[in-house]
Design a binder for this molecule. Structure first.
Ligand SMILES: Cc1cc2nc3c(=O)[nH]c(=O)nc-3n(C[C@H](O)[C@H](O)[C@H](O)COP(=O)(O)OP(=O)(O)OC[C@H]3O[C@@H](n4cnc5c(N)ncnc54)[C@H](O)[C@@H]3O)c2cc1C
Length: 630
């Protein structure tokens, strides 16, 4: 008996970082959206690290913002500390990271969701995705209520059949003691969806009043503060910041862990799920990096409303008494009071190789998946996928082609391509090393790369689009102007060069040539550039990078040209690989399983060799010509 039945365009299962972006995109593009969560008080909850951004993750946040997503704006409203990381390295790896007031972050996102027309929130557990003739038609909740929809997006995070574990304690709950979602997995498996078990972990939280910060190294925020959102006026967010604190484990800490490995659910096999290699627990680090005599720990405030501090670098699932003893060996935490235990969480997630680059299932029309449910890890990775899934669910309903960002356009493109192409057997987190074109995919130019695409998608308002066009033309004309500025060998020039320890000129040089010198840049040379127009800081930054790294950028652009040649070669979805005789067996099996959408994607599948790609290329070419003659 159907108790309640309602009709929506898009049903989104999960109001975490993925679900929030998907819901806002769907509603802002004019669709009727229903957003489900097991607890309306956990919207955009941060169950783990109290920060947004960091190396490569900061890039994702900027890209989400450039496309018209919400995460960047939300953290600019709720951060309590901000730092630009990797400033000693090149601009390709500069990454913004902001400490968030977790409670305010969730509350602000909820406020935005609740005030978005066409978007409704529903606290309940979805128990099934209902499919007819290979297409999603509705979702059903634990109460039997049916919500009809034209598309549905799975954003279930770490909740599906979740189990939280520390020492001998194992609880069938979601994070922070919230209810787990125990019914949906069966419905997904019955629909032919491959599911797997992953694990991640979080450290203990301790009471700041019980810590001795004089034994730690203070990590203050940057001044001035750089916003995440291209929409945020930097002047409007300059405010007092809280600090984080650096301390270290030591041999005593490590010995306590070694002495209790037999009680570790991770090492005793109680934990079945596969954990992230790049986010290891402290016990994992002590075993894998036995040669290290100490590991960094950062004490990070969870918010202004609490004294809770997050011990970054010490995620664990050791028994409570061991946690207590290991924490008390750390300088500054000798008398620490644990507010919440560290724990590991196991959960079901999906094999993302079942998805197209649009994040729609290849075999189920109208069903999409985004976030941790795709095997990724991280708020930022989730938000990026949620935004793309939301946009593409709308475009599917509108009968439009999906928006797919490739690896040369965005970290989002790298993220999704890796998830759907590379069979990752552990939670996938983004890293700059994963982005082969990272010199082009900087966090500072995300708007120049993506805002036009956000505008075409309908998420960027006209006024913002015009501001971007103006910025673009200011950058191009200034680069052109600087290229024509010539500096002669005069005392003023020689003095400035000497001040900067730069080789004096023998003959005249262009301003661009000088900007390329490592010890000089566009700002430093301003006194010599009399005609310089007054330009905003973000324009000046782009001019400097474009001139200074011109050679590197051009070489990377040439690589991208080569990359695109294979990327544009589409492979028909119904390709019969058994008919392509000279493909190697392993390649045939992989191609049949993963069904890549392009020759470029096929070339990134492990087990498919360049020789297989040439065979496939010839076959596609022959078929294309045969098709032309029909
Ligand atoms: C203990 C722990 C440790 C973590 N450690 C790290 C780490 O070290 N590094 C890192 O990068 N990330 C870590 N994370 C992951 C990080 O929290 C997630 O990456 C991020 O929250 C994923 O966002 P999401 O939107 O995909 O899912 P989530 O934020 O998990 O949100 C999922 C949403 O789905 C809802 N939901 C699920 N199933 C149903 C259903 N059937 N019906 C209705 N609603 C449903 C939930 O209510 C929730 O709103 C950790 C997470 C946890 C819990």
């Amino acid at each position: 008996m159907t108790l309640i039945s309602e009709q929506y365009d898009i049903a989104i299962i999960g109001a975490g970082h993925a679900g929030c972006e998907a819901a806002l995109a769907g509603a802002r593009l004019g669709k009727q959206v229903i957003l489900f969560t097991v607890s309306a008080d956990s919207i955009a909850m941060m169950p783990c690290n109290p920060n947004i951004g960091g190396t490569s993750k900061g890039h994702l946040v900027r890209e989400v913002d450039a496309l018209g997503g919400e995460m960047g704006r939300n953290i600019d409203k709720t951060f309590i500390q901000s730092r630009m990381l990797n400033k000693s390295k090149g601009p390709a790896v500069y990454s913004l990271r902001a400490q968030a007031d977790k409670q305010r972050y969730s509350a602000e996102m909820r406020k935005t969701l609740e005030n978005t027309p066409g978007l409704k929130i529903r606290q309940t557990e979805v128990r099934s995705i209902d499919i007819e003739n290979g297409a999603v038609v509705s979702v059903t909740t634990v109460s039997g209520a049916v919500y009809y929809c034209k598309a549905a997006i799975l954003c279930t995070g770490t909740y599906l059949r979740a189990r939280c574990i520390y020492g001998e304690v194992s609880m069938a709950t979601g994070p922070n003691g919230l209810p787990a979602a125990n019914l949906l997995t069966e419905s997904l498996v019955n629909a032919g969806i491959r599911v797997r078990r992953f694990k991640t972990g979080t450290p203990a939280r301790v009471d700041a009043r019980s810590l001795d910060f004089s034994r730690m190294e203070e990590q203050p925020g940057d001044v001035p503060i750089t916003p995440f959102s291209f929409e945020t006026d930097p002047e409007s967010i300059q405010k007092p910041q809280v600090s984080c604190w650096l301390t270290y484990t030591n041999e005593e800490t490590h010995q306590i862990i070694r002495d209790n490995l037999d009680r570790s659910p991770l090492f005793s096999g109680v934990i079945e799920g596969t954990g992230p290699r790049y986010c290891p627990s402290i016990e994992d680090k002590v075993v894998r990096f036995a040669e290290k005599d100490r590991h960094q720990l950062f004490l990070e405030p969870e918010g202004l409303y609490t004294n809770e501090m997050y011990i970054s670098g010490m995620s664990s699932s050791m028994p409570e008494d061991v946690q207590e003893r290991m924490i008390h060996t750390v300088p500054g935490m000798e008398h620490a009071h644990i507010v919440r235990n560290a724990y590991a969480i196991e959960y079901d997630c999906l094999d993302a190789t079942q998805l197209k680059a649009s994040l729609e299932f290849k075999e189920i029309k109208g069903l999409f998946s985004a976030g941790q449910s795709n095997g990724s890890s991280g708020y930022e990775e989730a938000a990026a996928q949620g935004l793309m899934a939301g946009i593409n669910a709308v475009r599917l309903i509108n009968g439009e082609e999906p928006i797919v960002l490739d690896r040369s356009q965005a970290y989002i493109g790298v993220l999704i391509d890796d998830l759907i192409t590379k069979e990752t057997n552990e939670p996938y987190r983004m890293m700059t090393s994963r982005a082969e074109y990272r010199l082009l995919l900087r966090q500072d130019n995300a708007d120049l790369r993506l805002t036009k695409i956000g505008y075409e998608a309908g998420l960027i308002p006209q006024e913002r689009y015009e501001r971007l066009l103006k910025k673009e033309s200011q950058i191009n004309s200034e680069i052109e102007r600087v290229g024509k500025v010539f500096l002669g060998v005069r005392s003023e020039v020689q003095e400035l060069l000497a001040q900067r320890g730069s080789t004096p000129l023998i003959s005249g040089a262009s301003l661009s040539e000088l900007i390329k010198r490592p010890e000089l840049d566009y700002e430093i040379l301003a006194p010599l550039d009399k005609e310089r127009p007054k330009l905003p800081a973000d324009v000046r930054e782009q001019v400097n990078i474009a001139i200074k790294y011109e050679g590197y950028i051009r070489r990377q652009e040439e690589q991208v040209e080569r990359f695109k040649k294979l990327e544009v070669k589409r492979i028909p979805a119904d390709t019969d690989y058994d008919k392509i005789g000279s493909l190697r067996l392993e390649a045939r099996q992989k191609l049949k399983k993963l069904r890549p959408e392009s020759l470029g994607q096929a070339s990134r599948i492990s087990g498919v060799s360049p020789a297989d790609i040439s065979v496939l290329n010839v076959w596609l070419e022959k078929n294309r010509r045969a098709g032309e003659h029909e």
